[in-house]
Ligand binder design. Structure first.
Ligand code: ADP
Ligand code: MG
Length: 343
């Protein structure tokens, strides 16, 4: 038998998902949306649907226990899953947690991880309803499934953006990425000379953004208060550019995104410059912000513009017009994702 071997690097994470899922179709009428959005959507009544999303975190790929305390890891593992449910404009209610642990970890370590999971459950009003536990040869793996609920008519997909809609992001971007750079730098210093204490002074904000992100459930409340229903939405896990391209692809539209409009905290910019990095590039490609990116109709311009949690960064164009990033000199560059592929 001839052996075919194609390297994963050739197609990347998203290419692989597309390839693997191509042969599956949804058979059950209650499966309203399967693969392809932040969460799957399953009808539970005429008016309501259940939202389901899974994410896996692997030691050495998604986290490094040298600087990620287990308490924070537990909290973050839950939050990143809740963020996907929230990105559908739905309220998360339950999680299941599956862990693979090697004998390197004492019971106390796993308990610490679960303290973090509990903190997130308390913070977001979530029930832990099950999971699975297994041993591994080495390292720690955490897989969490989050379940949420929404009125069917209020669910926001990646696919609803239309020409002239405004592109909006919440909070500020790039901080989690710069937090990671600082932690990585201190890890190198520590590995070289273990008696030097890490110098994390002045970096509290960006480190917190990396170690203890929050899911923007509050934004759903603000949108309701403003009476704004986004036309499309996604959470920013892999970097702003990558997520904008996901919306454009699913909605079959183009976009103009303005560099100067992208919200970046001063602490993020200062650290980026210290590291000889362009703050805009960090915000565009950094990832792990867990902010929301959404599009709204033009008629909602004033409502969104007046909200301190939201920033308009561009607008949606016709698909044929292409996807562009307008830099600070006014030059239009093709928008490209250099997010994390983890392969
Ligand atoms: P997110 O970044 O929002 O968590 P992903 O990029 O991980 O989303 O996943 C995109 C879509 O592909 C989702 O609908 C997810 O459920 C689906 N997916 C990811 N990996 C697999 C897989 N191995 N098999 C089937 N579906 C998958
Ligand atoms: Mg997502």
């Amino acid at each position: 038998m001839e052996e075919n071997r194609t390297e994963l690097d050739n197609i990347g994470e998203f290419g692989l998902i597309e390839k693997l899922s191509a042969n599956f179709e949804n058979r059950n009428p209650r499966t309203l949306t399967g693969i392809g959005d932040d969460a799957a959507v399953v009808e539970i009544s005429d008016t309501e649907a259940m939202l389901i999303s899974t994410d896996m975190l692997i030691e050495g790929i998604h986290f490094n226990l040298m600087y990620m305390p287990l308490l924070h890891l537990g909290y973050k593992a839950v939050v990143v899953n809740l963020s996907d449910i929230i990105a559908m404009n739905a309220i998360p209610e339950q999680i299941t947690v599956s862990i693979g642990v090697s004998s390197r970890f004492p019971i106390e370590a796993v308990e610490e991880l679960y303290k973090g999971i509990k903190k997130a459950c308390d913070m977001y009003n979530i029930d832990l309803i099950g999971g699975d536990t297994t041993s591994t040869y080495s390292g720690l793996t955490i897989s969490i499934t989050a379940i949420g609920r929404a009125k069917k008519e209020e669910i926001v997909y990646r696919s609803g953006a239309k020409e002239f809609d405004l592109l909006v992001v919440t909070g500020d971007l790039g901080a989690a990425y710069m937090g990671l750079q600082v932690l990585e730098r201190e890890k190198e210093v520590f590995t070289a000379s273990p008696d030097i204490q890490p110098d994390l002074d002045g970096h509290d904000y960006i480190i917190e953004r990396q170690l203890k992100p929050e899911a923007r459930k509050d934004i759903l409340g603000y949108l309701k208060e403003l009476n704004v229903q986004p036309t499309a939405m996604i959470d920013i896990s892999d970097g702003l550019a990558s997520e904008i391209l996901h919306i454009c692809k699913a909605s079959k539209v183009g976009c103009h995104v303005y560099d100067e409009k992208i919200p970046i905290d001063a602490k993020t910019s200062m650290t980026a410059i210290d590291f000889n990095l362009d703050p805009g590039t960090c915000a565009l490609n950094g990832g792990e912000d867990y902010e929301l990116l959404f599009t709204v109709d033009q008629k909602d311009f004033e409502k969104v513009q007046g909200n301190p949690n939201m920033t308009i960064i561009g607008h949606i164009t016709n698909e044929q017009d292409g996807k562009y990033f307008i830099d600070k000199n006014g030059s239009a560059l093709e928008l490209k994702a250099q997010g994390w592929t983890h392969f």
